[in-house]
Design a protein around this ligand. Structure first.
Ligand SMILES: [Zn+2]
Length: 449
């Protein structure tokens, strides 16, 4: 049990902070921040129906208004009372990002303070190995400077009993440029290769099909051929929020990302959530998708038809080819609508089984974050959580927290949740999962444990 709560493989740096950290970092700069930027105030008002007025909130806190504290906690944390949906989470996550962007402009000391707070929280809870993820904004030079400083500080915070590693999150909108930032950083500061161990694709996945990222995987593979001693690994958020498409396509995305070479998949909820539960989450959920996705799905079904049939999935080649011919007459972003039937839901369960078997064959790891998955995906019944399917399968699985500060949780809490809602004992859970350190992108075999 202790071993499972010592290694954190999926955590976002800004998401580590508690409300007290947020207040401490924001109290001197809140009045300088443009709270309208990135549509924050507008999105908040859309979702919650009122203007959060962060400037007044901080001012009231400075004046000792205790009622303001609960409001600040509400702006930063995403909990049971919040509605499911990625945008509902994102508006909470972005509150601190505004403080962060403002303070980053004021110097390196700010970054040191943020990292010290995040790392101190993990050290106090007995963690031994943490891979922190973070993205950056600004010009290429600014991004390189930010990531360099983050990596240097994380290195400085490493002790004989605590290792910090850094995974750089690349924006999905322009992934090749994002990768160039990372490669430029490592070319300029090769000593950082020990700390910078991977790249990640995070935030909104909807509308960003894996095929768009093939050139990034290829570019990184070329880099790794030139740098075999310190390769960079890809981890990838997928199958977390997927209302833009059919369940078949969402399952396929997980498979495609694994085949492209991602080492670990963030969440992959769609592979473990029963399709009947998935479609009951919203009216008409997953019945529509763009023509482009349906065409990609048809291509996939034809390419994998033999394997899919072995799993009992019906693949009618002639019908699929005729459908593809019709679809090619239409615009790629037009909508295809396909209602669900019991047979189709049964097929999707078999597709999930096929892809889970494929992940096991490839050695791909699923990073499961129980609380975040439950809240964002809208799975109120603990028995419906995808982790049950993952635990029953042989797929590599790690329990992580994602954003412990926003979700008000810890890694020990997440492991505790799994023990509470499954039949596992600490002993059987450890036997099933094994030491998560073996899935780390780097670790020092000589480290004293
Ligand atoms: Zn994440």
């Amino acid at each position: 049990m202790k071993m499972l709560a010592q290694t954190e493989l999926h955590v976002h740096l800004p998401g580590c902070l508690t409300p007290a950290d947020v207040f401490a970092l924001g109290r001197d700069v809140y009045h300088l921040i443009d709270w309208d930027s990135f549509g924050y105030r507008q999105l908040f008002a859309q979702i919650h129906g009122y203007d959060p007025r962060p400037e007044q909130l901080f001012a009231r806190l400075q004046q000792g208004d205790a009622t303001a504290w609960d409001e600040l906690v509400f702006l930063h944390t995403y909990r049971e009372d919040d509605k499911p949906g990625f945008d509902h989470f994102l508006v909470k996550f972005r509150f601190f990002l505004h403080i962060w962007w403002q303070r980053w402009g004021t110097g390196e000391q700010v970054l040191a303070e943020l990292l010290s707070r995040a790392v101190a929280g993990h050290q106090a809870r007995g963690l031994r190995y943490v891979e922190y993820r973070c993205g950056a904004s600004g010009t290429q030079e600014e991004q390189v400077a930010f990531h360099r400083q983050t990596a240097v500080f994380l290195h400085q915070l490493t002790t004989p009993t605590f290792q910090a590693r850094y995974i750089i999150s690349i924006p999905r909108q322009d992934p090749l440029t994002g990768l160039e930032v990372v490669l430029t950083l490592l070319a300029q500061y090769p000593e950082l290769r020990e700390i910078v161990v991977g790249v990640d694709f995070a935030s909104i996945e909807e509308g960003q099909p894996p095929k768009k990222f093939r050139p990034v995987f290829a570019r990184l593979a070329a880099y790794n051929r030139e740098n075999p001693k310190r390769p960079l690994t890809i981890v990838y958020h997928v199958g977390e929020s997927f209302y833009d498409k059919s369940l078949e396509s969402a399952v396929r995305w997980c498979h495609e990302v694994a085949l492209m070479g991602a080492r670990r998949l963030g969440h992959a909820i769609v592979l473990g959530l029963d399709p009947a539960v998935a479609i009951a989450r919203r009216p008409f959920a997953h019945e529509q998708e763009p023509v482009s996705e349906r065409l990609d799905q048809i291509r996939y079904d034809l390419a994998h038809r033999q394997a899919l049939r072995r799993y009992g999935v019906a693949v009618d080649e002639a019908a699929l080819l005729a459908e593809a011919k019709r679809l090619r007459q239409r615009e790629e972003d037009e909508v295809v609508e396909r209602p669900f039937t019991p047979e189709r839901l049964a097929d999707i369960r078999q597709r999930q089984q096929y892809v889970l078997d494929e992940l096991a064959r490839l050695g791909t790891v699923i990073e499961c974050c129980p609380t975040g998955n439950r809240l964002i995906a809208g799975i109120p019944n603990p028995q419906h959580h995808p982790i049950h399917r993952f635990l029953a399968h042989a797929v590599n699985l790690a329990i992580c927290t994602d954003n412990p500060g926003n979700f008000v949780t810890t890694l020990a809490d997440e492991v505790g949740w799994v023990l509470r809602y499954t039949r596992h004992t600490p002993h059987t859970l450890l036997t099933r999962l094994g030491d998560p350190r073996r899935f780390g992108l780097s670790y020092d075999k000589h480290m004293r444990l």
